[in-house]
Design a protein around this ligand. Structure first.
Ligand code: OGA
Ligand code: ZN
Length: 414
């Protein structure tokens, strides 16, 4: 039972989700002229509930199904004349009467409060990104690999760091080929690409990608040739005995802020002039057009499309091209500068996870005759990481610490 629930409340009102809410007793309620209700709490918070939205969220049939917690009311069956003609409070819960149905329904006041505060929004329960520069970190925030594999609490902390800083590392993992998959499976479903579900980075592979050479890779993001480049990348070091080949990371959001504040005309070019990216492969032909810094529809996450091997064509008027090249070169200088870029060793057993659309990653060149360097990687979409962070927070808040999080989808609702 939620904290502060009245003793007399035998059954908690159904909510359209798997969360439990504190009993945030409603103080007053009034019907509005358009058939909705305005709910108020003691601290002055008010929430205007539309009658059609509230009706959809009433327990079913023709509303929220108690098993699936989903709305089973087909939109064509919703009576658009639905109005709330009477509303009152019982033990702090909202009770409304829908007309012309003549049905009374009780709504959980904690759930209403949660929606009033925007707690239902996609980024509400995720950590806020914190921008960083090279003075803030020498290397990514680091956790013991086996602890993340075994403990949901540590997994949750590691993922919180990953979302906050865009990067987080594990150390001391086994140097076996399936380790990267085992770590990724702790988070969610792996994103398969033309490289496979997991893939190798090594010079002894057929170099159909600049990654599989000993060249240095400047600050970049992977697969900008896709409509939605992979959200997160996991790279695991299996072997590294070469001279050189250090890892680099730059916070793209910090670089973007720098340009916005200090070189606004460059920022404008980076965010508005579009390029067409294409991979070069006999069997694949992925293409997408977008700006180097894609601000999307104004919500996070932004997407950096920055990797010269797969940048093909300017997608802008001829007169803009010189300035667009100039802006990209400024980005190259700043993103690879000591002020913004960190550089650190990549040791066998290390696994670094990073936001592939925010963090510009890279490596220094290495001497491939001096030893062997073998990495194994995989991608996950943002949705997988965000979902796991939300579920871990919900789960750890309500479950005893010694019970582990179900990972199989079918077990999750048990
Ligand atoms: C890549 C890449 C990093 C490395 O393969 O795209 O960034 O350390 N590799 O080799
Ligand atoms: Zn890369």
């Amino acid at each position: 039972m939620p904290k502060n629930a009245p003793v007399s409340t035998m059954h908690q009102p159904l909510t359209p989700d798997y969360y439990s809410y504190e009993w945030a007793a409603v103080e007053s309620v009034s019907c509005s002229t358009d058939g909705g209700v305005v709910v108020s709490w003691k601290d002055g918070t008010q929430f205007e509930c539309h009658p059609l939205w509230l009706r959809e969220n009433a327990p079913g049939p023709g509303g929220i199904d108690p098993q699936s917690k989903e709305n089973d009311l087909d939109i064509v069956d919703l009576n658009l004349e639905t109005r709330i003609t009477n509303a009152h409070i019982e033990d702090g819960a909202l009770v409304v009467r829908f007309e012309p149905e003549g049905r009374s329904v009780t709504f959980h006041p904690g759930w209403l409060r949660h929606v009033a505060e925007g707690g239902h929004q996609p980024f509400a329960s995720l950590p806020e990104p914190q921008l960083w520069k090279a003075t803030d970190f020498k290397e990514p925030p680091t956790y013991d690999g086996s602890s993340v594999l075994e403990s949901d609490q540590v997994l949750s902390q590691w993922l919180d760091d990953l979302l906050t800083h865009g990067m987080a590392r594990l150390t001391g993992l086994p140097t076996t080929t399936n380790t990267v998959q085992a770590v990724a499976n702790r988070i969610g479903v792996l994103r398969e690409t033309n490289f496979g579900t997991t893939w190798n980075v090594s010079v002894d592979l057929n170099p159909n990608s600049t990654a599989n050479t000993s060249m240095g890779l400047p600050a970049h993001s992977d697969l900008p040739s896709r409509e939605t480049p992979p959200g997160f990348q996991l790279l695991h070091c299996l072997k590294n005995t070469v001279h050189g080949g250090s890892s680099t990371m730059t916070d793209g959001l910090a670089v973007a802020k720098y340009f916005e504040d200090e070189e606004p005309e460059i920022f404008e070019l980076l965010t508005s002039k579009k390029w067409t990216f294409s991979n070069r492969d006999g069997c694949e032909d992925h293409r997408w057009t977008g700006p180097i810094i894609d601000k999307g529809d104004g919500r996070v996450p932004w997407t950096f499309r920055a990797f010269h091997p797969v940048r093909g064509f300017p997608a802008m008027p001829y007169r803009d091209i010189t300035n667009a090249y100039l802006a990209m070169q400024r980005l190259g200088h700043v993103a690879n500068s000591d002020a913004f870029q960190i550089q650190y060793d990549f040791l066998p057993g290390d696994l670094v996870a990073f936001d592939n659309r925010r963090i510009l990653h890279g490596r220094t060149a290495f001497d491939s005759t001096s030893g062997t360097r073998k990495l194994r990687g995989t991608y996950l979409d943002c949705d997988e990481v965000y979902s796991r962070v939300r579920v871990l927070r919900r789960y750890l808040a309500t479950t005893s610490a010694n019970k582990s999080l179900p990972t199989a989808r079918k077990d999750c609702n048990a």
